[in-house]
Design a binder for this molecule. Sequence first.
Ligand code: FE2
Length: 429
Amino acid sequence: MSDLLVKNAGLVGGGISDILIKNGVIADVGPKIYGVAIGFPVIDATGYLVTAPFVDSHFHLDATLSYGLPRVNQSGTLLEGIKLWGELKPHLTVDALVERALTLCRWSIARGTLAIRSHVDISHPNLLAAEAMLEVKRQMAPYIDFQLVAFPQDGLLRADSMDNLMRALDLGVDVIGGIPHFERTMEDGARSVVMLCEVAADRGLLVDMHCDESDDPMSRHVESLARETTRLGMQGRVTGSHLTSMHSMDNYYVSKLLPLMREAELSVIANPLINITLQGRHDTYPKRRGMTRVPEQIAAGLTVAFGHDCVMDPWYPLGSHDMLEVASMGLHVAQMTGIEQMHHCFDAVTHNPAKILHLPDYGLHKGCNGDLVILQANDVVDALRLKPARLAVVRRGKVISTTPAVKYDLTLDGQQVQTDLTSTDLVWR
Ligand code: FE2
């Protein structure tokens, strides 16, 4: 736990403030903070945007950085990815999983992502991935808040995974996962939702299911998820991840579904990078985007977050765990280019996932954890547009990552000109 004064911090809502951190906790936020002792650590943000850390609410840390092992996903489809992951599983070791995950954690910290909810495949009785991810969570605890989800990748009923799931929970995995659309029948999918929600209610755990990750408009397991949430009194504790079938559903049915989701206080996590690449694969033209109905869900009062989902794994060959890249893609896919909508997209990788994860003391107010990121951007729109350098990443008052500001030196007609691509260059500002 450390002390730090961040001077001249540009705030997400506008304005400039100083932020004082003492013993790892934000002690004061105000226009000018004086009176710190000589030698007190100080950073001058020079008006650049300062945000609470990015939060990735949907990731697969056990599969990350395995791209090309044992072979590349040639079709690029979800189903070949699942098949490929199945081919890789017999060759996995705890050491290799931990090593790849720790590499990813370094990328996350450099990008300013200090909280991650990761689904962990518990389909194999050896629970090797759970063992490895619990070790990663332990090692990274000083830097990253991890939540691990017991995820029956091959289907709870289809692969008879309930015993594995219960043992994973006993080992310390935090959240109940599921994949109802991958069960053999619609009835099995609905039954898996009931069984998993009852375990969550019994153990007092949060729920986050891969739900309706399909272009099939009749994939309606989110309906069961909402009903079980309400029946078991778990409002505000259950999340539907992906929900891509909502993109293809009949509008009349969605007008019934959204109020049911609101009644259950269901949270939504879209994964724009992955949804835009994996969905619509059976279409010719027009080709569906496949991402869930984000603006409509926000309008219905639901908490919506964007997750990264994958980085260089059987499902996605790209990425560097940059949540601003995720927010930018979500903005484009959902056509959320209004100013307020762009702020919603920034919230979808900061405050909204923090709420979904029930992260304590998250934010930039007095009493919150002394965690923040200084971006080389003047405001939220700059951040989304540029995906700029994370000048400093602070965890509990301690600077744990720095990046030099990027400046471009041009020589034009013998004149030296410098730009950083930020909105400072614009004459109307
Ligand atoms: Fe996922």
